[in-house]
Design a protein around this ligand. Structure first.
Ligand code: ADQ
Length: 477
């Protein structure tokens, strides 16, 4: 029996910081929720995580909210304000997030936050263990929950446990900034499978765990640490190509899309869609757009750039600051270039539903995806999937996004190079149809090969095989 056959019979227990119920997953939530839900629907199981509430009084009784949909149980756990501040806003988002994105200036380290991070992981483990069955496989998501496997093991859980990192894994020189790096690296070695988006992330991980302070060794098909086998591999996340293409086509009649089309007239349309986050390079992108208008004056009045960026992590100061500074930059660009009948930049501070979003992406001549660092970046893939193959728009993509490893047929730019991005925008806007079609076709082949189903199936198969020694090798690009 192959690993994939036996996988069908075993429940999956997915764990992430937040639980997304099916109604939430339909809306703004992206590929992670869709991928995990798909796996859970196929195998049955549990999705466990924080329920999003802060109703718990410090030291109070913790509630587990259980919602059942078909073969899936969604189990949400309460956190109190102090835990949320320390574990989530603190260590996860003021230390690990900037560190893993190589943005060291944003780090605000407090030992108390690290302690809260450990406590919340231990609490997750304590409440998860009674829900586990011996044949379950456990799939943990992202940097908030690195210590979860070691906490589960302490409580006797012997099931295969996998970890997928949705953000980049930094080189060891950068990781050394973290006082708790040894702890974090050893905690990762408590998993059976550790997955990354790109070969670069995987190489950084292998380099880090084989440092003398950790002492893991690289064997032929696994990493050996403390008498355990850890399989580390590359699993680039993808999108549901046909579903997104259908959304994009169907949404063409929606009022949001038709109104946008009317307001454009015969102007070319540039779109950016990001969570409002300093890693997404919005400030740099706005500056590059201004440079484009400066450098190519003939484009003034003929293009319209809309940036959609809903706020996230509202309690973290760096996020308030970037919001404020983007508002100022938008004002400065429009103040400088706008005319009575033309607004060069529209900056919209809210999310859209998936269908409306795909509809807008399809309208665009250029998709600007220029993070200063990104694990993968699903918007890049969504943009490609949403295009009309007969008249596709062009993706301008940062070479520092994981997606650039796969989407080599995008116009690749360096987000720090203002002139380079300005030239990239110009090149995309003036690209002949034949070249646009060729590039789009090549990128669609990659998208189909590494789609969301391939991602989750390969990870689950690797997790099952990790205890059988016949792990399927990964492919990238
Ligand atoms: P994110 O940093 O959130 O994800 P991304 O991969 O782009 O970045 O995913 C965002 C998702 O949210 C996309 O599906 C997108 O469509 C959606 N979204 C963004 N802005 C929106 C808006 N205004 N309205 C509606 N939807 C919006 C993390 C990592 C990434 C990695 C993913 C998945 O940081 O590098 O690709 O996880 O592993």
């Amino acid at each position: 029996m192959s690993a994939r056959d036996s996988a069908v019979k075993r429940r999956i227990v997915a764990v992430s910081n937040r639980v997304a119920t099916p109604s939430q997953a339909d809306e703004a939530v992206g590929g992670l929720a869709v991928g995990v839900l798909g796996a859970l629907e196929e195998h049955g199981g549990i999705w466990f995580g924080w329920n999003g509430d802060l109703k718990l009084d410090a030291g109070g009784e913790r509630r587990l909210e259980i919602e059942k949909h078909g073969r899936i149980r969604f189990v949400g756990i309460d956190l109190d304000e102090g835990e949320y501040e320390g574990y989530y806003n603190g260590f996860s988002n003021k230390v690990l997030w900037p560190l893993f994105h190589y943005l060291l200036g944003f780090i605000q380290y407090r030992r108390a936050d690290f302690e809260a991070y450990l406590r919340v992981n231990a609490t997750f483990a304590k409440h998860l263990v009674p829900l586990l069955e011996p044949d379950d496989i456990i799939w943990v998501h992202d940097y908030h929950l690195i210590p979860l496997a070691s906490e589960l093991r302490k409580l006797g859980a012997d099931q295969p446990i996998g970890f997928f990192l949705h953000v980049p894994f930094p080189g060891y020189d950068v990781l050394q900034v973290l006082p708790d790096r040894d702890f974090i690296l050893k905690a990762l070695c408590a998993y059976d499978v550790v997955g990354f988006h790109t070969a670069r992330d995987l190489a950084s991980f292998k380099d880090a765990v084989t440092q003398p302070a950790i002492g893991a060794t690289l064997e032929q098909d696994h990493i050996a640490f403390g008498g355990r086998r850890v399989v580390a591999d590359v699993f680039p996340i993808g999108v549901d190509v046909d579903l997104l293409a259908r959304f994009a086509t169907e949404a063409q009649g929606d009022s949001e899309v038709t109104r946008t089309l009317q307001s454009l007239g015969d102007r070319q349309f540039i779109i950016g869609v990001d969570r409002l986050d300093y890693s997404k390079g919005l400030e740099e992108r706005f500056r590059a757009y201004a440079r484009f208008l400066e450098k190519y004056p003939e484009a003034r009045g003929t293009v319209s750039y809309t940036q959609i960026a809903p706020p996230t992590r509202v309690g973290v100061r760096a996020y308030e600051e970037i919001r404020h500074s983007l508002e100022q930059t938008t004002g400065a660009i429009n103040g400088r270039f706008a005319t009575l009948d033309w607004v060069p930049l529209k900056y919209i501070n809210r999310g859209l539903n998936r269908r409306g979003l795909m509809g807008l992406l399809r309208l665009a001549d250029v998709g600007l995806v220029t993070p200063i660092r990104d694990g993968m970046n699903l918007v890049a893939k969504e943009f490609v999937a949403a295009q009309d193959p007969a008249n596709p728009g062009v993706l301008v993509l940062s070479e520092l996004a994981g997606a650039a490893r796969e989407l080599q047929d995008a116009v690749l730019v360096n987000p720090y190079d203002t002139d380079g991005v300005a030239d990239g925008i110009h090149r995309a806007l003036t690209m002949p149809l034949a070249e646009r079609k060729e590039r789009h076709h090549a990128m669609m082949s990659v998208l189909r090969r590494n789609d969301i189903v391939a991602w989750r199936d390969r990870f689950v198969a690797a997790l099952l095989a990790s205890r059988q020694g016949d792990h399927e090798r990964g492919t990238e690009g």
